[in-house]
Every structure is written in C-alpha cells, then in structure tokens.
Design a protein around this ligand. Structure first.
Ligand code: ZN
Length: 73
C-alpha cells in the first residue's frame, strides 16, 4: 500500500501539493515540517504538517489562520 499522505483541499476536493513558503510569503508556526498548497490558483488553503498540523487559510499579509474542519463548507 502506498502512503498517500497528501492532504485534500476542502474547497476544491483536490490533492494539495508540497510548497516551500518563503519567509515573506507566510509566517509558519514553529515546528512546521512541511507545507502544502492547493493546486488551484488563488486558493488560500494551506495544510501544514508537524507540531501545528492542520488546515490553514493564508491571509493577505502572510498570516496563517487555522480553519476548523467542522462546520465549514
Ligand atoms: Zn483549494
């Protein structure tokens, strides 16, 4: 069995791809191992692995806001 650890964008229902954020692009929480982005251009959903694993929304200023997976469309 292959390990398909790629997260899925809840908005677009598509696999997210690994992405290296530059320091000016996003403020990653301490302990972040990897960051993933949605392949859809302009999508602001980010997934982080590591200490602060979960889905985030990338805000215009580079802030990552945790999104709750429950109760969200
Ligand atoms: Zn998306």
């Amino acid at each position: 069995m292959n390990e398909t650890d790629f997260p899925i964008c809840p908005k677009h229902d598509s696999f997210m791809i690994e992405y290296n954020f530059e320091p000016w692009e996003a403020v990653l929480p301490q302990g972040t191992l990897e960051a993933f982005r949605c392949p859809s251009l302009g999508c602001s959903i980010v997934y982080l692995t590591g200490a602060a694993e979960g889905l985030y929304t990338l805000e215009p200023r580079g802030t990552l806001k945790p999104c709750s997976s429950s109760g969200q469309k």
